[in-house]
Design a protein around this ligand. Structure first.
Ligand code: 4AD
Ligand code: MG
Length: 477
């Protein structure tokens, strides 16, 4: 007999039928009630065991974490807490789980402890909920773009270029590191390396995506990206997933419209598909809030926050306006910011971004027209000669969630910029070609997938929304 997923058993359609379920024991109460979970839903199915029917030897093997199979009749439950339960007639234990050793006990564990057991933390309710939401969000990403005429484009992971020009790259080599070939000048001779040149893991698929947008019109990437920035924060990973749409003929305003529509869609989709998981995460957050001082408590619950995003317009504000607001702000005047905003041109830190979103506008903000000096080389120069058509989307509790721009499509202007920023133009010959042959206005953006998952799940540390986080000093598992 084939087993049925617990999510389907819980609908009760198979009532009074013989059913089989397989999963892991969450709890075994009074030597009679097994709460069984198979990952298909956050909800367990109750399996009722008649003590006299099974040898004590067998029942002794049933502990939290054990993998079992049960067969029996699906009946209406008389107990509170569930509608249906399985009256067990047959029970098989696949794998025991010694309670003396199994780290995941039926109690609340700290997130720090669970991070150290990242291979087992998925067996907790909270990580089950987070990772199902993450999976649904990824599906929604593909669905949005596929339904709107975009083509999925796979950018290379190994590349010779540094799209963001920030030099935060992991090197890729198959050299024997103890015996590096050297040039006559003593530098490492990359011509002898696997690719015949220095290569690294990509920080962004954008530059390659642009070449495809110049033929397919609308494309998007959704893949891993890597940054060797040594930021040990709750919002940075060394390996994270990024979604990067790129659209021919889109100007900056179209780019903002696309980003806003896209974010609202994926959140709405998840609100609809992940009701049980989100309800669990919301409740968890409410309990966390109770331990906080009144002043720090959030005004909205998780679901209210998500609906607020989908139902309200993002506020669009120029960098220049934002600087004026920040300069006049209380934390700036009282020197409460770690970085005081003195003048136009300053790079915004996450404390400033969060002030704008959480204190001033109280809604998501799209900041645009940043100073050219603090942004990447590929952004289109405005007529004022000092700002570029950049846009960052700032979210409450997160700060920057999206970074994007209209691209510099004019060959000469782009070449000047590359040279003035000291970027190796030989490395970018193919990118420059797109501006030589049939160049056209185009725009795109990058959304950090984990930052989106953080926001939707209400979690606060990015290490808890990716299965196996890579951060400075940490690449276990
Ligand atoms: O702003 P960024 O650096 O933009 C780009 O990479 C552009 N090439 C995107 C484009 O226009 N196609 O990164 C985009 C987003 C950020 O807004 C943030 O959400 C996320 O990627 N991000 C990170 N997420 C986790 N860990 C990190 N270290 C991140 N760095 C950036
Ligand atoms: Mg950015």
């Amino acid at each position: 007999m084939k087993h049925t997923k617990i999510i389907d058993l819980l609908t009760g359609k198979a009532l009074l039928h013989e059913v089989k379920a397989k999963g892991w024991v969450k709890t075994f109460r009074n030597n009679q009630f097994i709460a069984l979970n198979d990952g298909s839903t956050i909800n367990n199915i109750q399996c009722v065991v008649d003590l006299d029917k099974f040898p004590a030897e067998l029942l002794k093997k049933i502990h939290t974490g054990a993998a079992i199979s049960v067969r029996g009749t699906l009946i209406e439950s008389r107990g509170a807490g569930q509608n249906v339960e399985i009256q067990v007639e047959n029970l098989k234990v696949y794998g025991e789980s010694n309670p003396e050793e199994y780290p995941i006990q039926p109690k609340k564990h700290s997130l720090e402890f669970l991070r150290e057991n990242a291979h087992l933390r998925i067996r907790t309710n909270i990580f089950g909920a987070i990772m199902r939401v993450r999976s649904t969000l990824s599906y929604a990403v593909h669905k949005y773009f596929q339904d709107n005429g975009f083509f999925y484009f796979n950018a290379p992971i190994i590349t010779g270029s540094d799209a963001e020009g920030a030099g935060e790259m992991f090197k890729v080599t198959n050299f024997n590191l103890n015996k590096l070939p050297r040039t006559e000048e003593g530098a490492v001779d990359f011509s002898e390396d696997f690719f015949g040149k220095a290569t690294n893991l990509t920080v962004s698929g954008q530059l390659e995506a642009e070449t495809y947008a110049m033929a397919l019109g609308s494309v998007y990437t959704f893949g891993p990206t890597f940054r060797a920035e040594n930021s040990n924060t709750s919002r940075h990973l060394a390996e994270f997933w990024m979604i990067e749409p790129e659209v021919a003929f889109n100007k900056l305003a179209d780019n903002m419209d696309l980003a806003e529509d896209f974010i609202k869609y994926v959140i709405n989709y998840t609100l609809e598909k992940c009701q049980d998981d989100l309800a669990f995460l919301e409740k968890r957050l409410q309990e966390e809030e109770k331990n906080k001082p009144q002043a720090e408590r959030s005004e909205m619950s998780l679901l209210e926050k998500l609906r607020f995003i989908t139902e309200n317009n993002f506020k669009r504000v120029s960098y220049t306006e934002a600087i004026d607001i920040l300069k006049a702000s209380k934390p700036n005047k009282n020197k409460k910011f770690n970085y005081i905003i003195e003048e136009w041109g300053a790079d915004l830190q996450s404390e400033h971004e969060r002030y704008l979103v959480e204190k001033h506008f109280k809604c998501p903000v799209i900041l645009f027209d940043y100073p050219a000096d603090i942004k990447a080389f590929y952004m289109r120069m405005n007529e004022d000669g000092k700002t570029v058509r950049a846009m960052d989307i700032l979210f409450p509790g997160i700060g920057e969630i999206v970074g994007g721009s209209e691209r510099e499509e004019r060959y000469d202007v782009l070449l000047d910029k590359i040279e003035s920023m000291g970027i190796d133009k030989e490395e970018l010959w193919w990118y420059l070609d797109t501006r030589k042959f049939g160049t056209a206005p185009h725009s795109g953006f990058g959304l950090g997938f984990e930052r989106l998952v953080l926001f939707v799940t209400g979690m606060t540390n990015i290490r808890d929304v990716i299965p196996f986080p890579r951060t400075p000093q940490n690449a276990a598992f």
